[in-house]
Design a protein around this ligand. Sequence first.
Ligand SMILES: *Cc1c(COP(=O)(O)O)cnc(C)c1O
Length: 228
Amino acid sequence: MNVKNSAEEIKNNIKIVCAKTGRDPSEITIIAVTKYVSVERAKEAAAAGITALGENRAEGLLEKYEALGSEAQWHFIGSLQTRKVKEIIDKVTYIHSVDRLSLAREISKRAAKPIKCFVQVNTSGEESKSGLQPDETVSFIESLQEYEHIEVAGLMTMAPLTDDEEVLRNCFSSLRKLRDAVNALQLKHAPCTELSMGMSNDYKIAVEEGATFVRIGSALVGNSNGGG
Ligand SMILES: *Cc1c(COP(=O)(O)O)cnc(C)c1O
């Protein structure tokens, strides 16, 4: 697959959705999720202008970081083991998967400056998905106040693997409503303006529902070194 072409196609799709919903495409950052692919593919994404890169394992992030460094902006998107925090903390700009206080404490302790974090919410109710329950989210975010290097940039969710548009839309719109509720509290440590939602299969619906970061792997860089 040609990363430049898929990047153009995705950008164009986002433009179309934005025109339809009255949004400005510049509000939306495409994160190239490079977890399945080689360093070369990650470089192709950066060369195609997609400089926000996402990895879900510390090892993967470190490998790509070594090759690209500050050419890219680094997003940690997967479940993060507390003991791995110190390996990635000085490399990432965003962590999309804060889902427990012990993790927040470790991030805050290891970081030299505030880290933009997303609180992960389980909007689908699936047991296999990580993240806070929606009704626990506000009090969780309030309790993050004591960690001086945590800045709650927004909320993140993963929708279920389904083609049922209504199910997907419900997940995304419930995350947006929750974001609005947290944002309205005007907490100093939690501006909570961003929504990290939408992947290869569902990013158009996510953008319709207000996504400001979409995390796209297979449709952008492929899902193996050979293509996909
Ligand atoms: C793998 C992954 C993605 C990208 O998945 P695709 O379906 O390949 O676009 C997005 N978000 C998270 C958290 C992931 O682990």
